[in-house]
Design a binder for this molecule. Structure first.
Ligand code: SME
Length: 160
């Protein structure tokens, strides 16, 4: 497919996700290389929503290791159960954090990050990666983000 996205700038959040997800599916459809695909997915989300930081942490042995992302430099490794990402891995569930200062153990890779959502990506019933999205605005993520980012995570399962 062409390496550009078609997203109306006037579209609301749900509508953007609705048109983005099929485009991501076709973007990754013809490519087997996981890192290349995750890099384009991070870029597609960042480009569509202007998020502060979008990226993946990949489960490697017994920790999360930074994968493809868009945004400022970030922590390289996160332990199981630590921070929002490590907790989402441990609990195998989506975690939405309206205000990162109120999440016990939040790992502040960048002080400009104010709210966050972390979505696990499963393979064979195990968490293989987490998708981490940060905003520089408090309370930027809601059920719409959780629903569509979860759909995206299901699309990405085939890469693992
Ligand atoms: N805040 C995350 C760490 C990763 S960065 O936000 C990119 C956490 O608490 O796990």
């Amino acid at each position: 497919m062409a390496e550009n996205l078609l997203i109306a700038q006037s579209a609301g959040k749900a509508e953007r996700y609705e048109v983005l997800l099929p485009q991501i599916e076709s973007l990754i459809a013809g490519e087997k290389e996981r890192i290349a695909n995750l890099a384009n997915v991070a870029a597609a989300l960042w480009q569509t929503f202007n998020f502060f930081w979008v990226g993946f942490y990949l489960v490697k042995e017994n920790e999360l290791v930074l994968g493809p992302f868009q945004g400022p430099v970030a922590c390289t490794r996160i332990q199981w159960g630590k921070g929002v990402c490590g907790t989402a891995w441990k609990e195998a569930r989506i975690i939405t954090v309206p205000n990162v200062e109120e999440f016990p153990g939040h790992i502040a890779c960048n002080s400009d990050s104010k709210s966050e959502i972390v979505v696990p990506v499963f393979a064979n019933g195990m968490v293989s990666a987490v998708l981490d999205v940060d905003s520089d605005r408090i309370n930027n993520f809601d059920d719409t983000d959780a629903r569509y980012l979860n759909q995206l995570a299901r699309i990405l399962e085939r890469l693992f």
